[in-house]
Design a protein around this ligand. Structure first.
Ligand code: HEM
Length: 127
């Protein structure tokens, strides 16, 4: 089976995210890994747009009607929302808000699940 390079790269950023999730007290590591994962997730759509035959696949092969495409897009948007929420609560917790810490932690768990699904559905679409 052919494994796309984008999947390998995304898998690597996921492993790094799990490590950073487990080490929040190493602040510099935590923040730099999370910020890099965000940059990766923001740039990947542009990379795929310019390197894939998206018109052919989505329109000519009518994959736009596939529920997997919509599922992938939906959880992708959810993931971007979660990044926003994580940055918001992170800013609040650095100011010493105890509730922000609890929200940041619970949203973090959801983020790990959602991001895993984004990567897995993306992998299914690529193959
Ligand atoms: C995107 C930018 C993010 C920033 C700037 C950020 C920043 C921070 C900061 C400053 C802390 C406190 C560390 C300390 O106590 O010294 C923290 C804790 C934590 N972060 Fe993040 N974070 C981000 C994203 C994430 C993501 C995506 C996850 C999950 C995948 C996550 C999970 C956690 C967890 C579990 C804690 C520990 C909370 C606790 O003390 O109970 N963070 N984060």
């Amino acid at each position: 089976m052919h494994i796309p390079g984008t999947f390998v790269a995304a898998g690597f950023t996921y492993v790094m995210m799990v490590a950073a999730y487990k080490m929040p007290h190493r602040r510099k590591f935590h923040i730099s890994v999370m910020a890099s994962a965000l940059l990766f997730d923001l740039s990947l759509p542009f990379y795929l747009y310019s390197h894939r035959h998206w018109w052919h696949r989505l329109i000519e092969q009518q994959e736009i009607f596939s529920s997997l495409v919509w599922m992938h897009a939906g959880i992708l948007l959810m993931m971007y929302g979660l990044y926003g929420a994580q940055i918001y609560t992170a800013l609040k917790l650095t100011k010493g808000d105890p509730e922000a810490r609890a929200s940041h932690r619970s949203q973090g768990k959801v983020m790990l699940i959602v991001r895993l699904f984004v990567i897995l559905t993306g992998m299914l679409l690529a193959s």
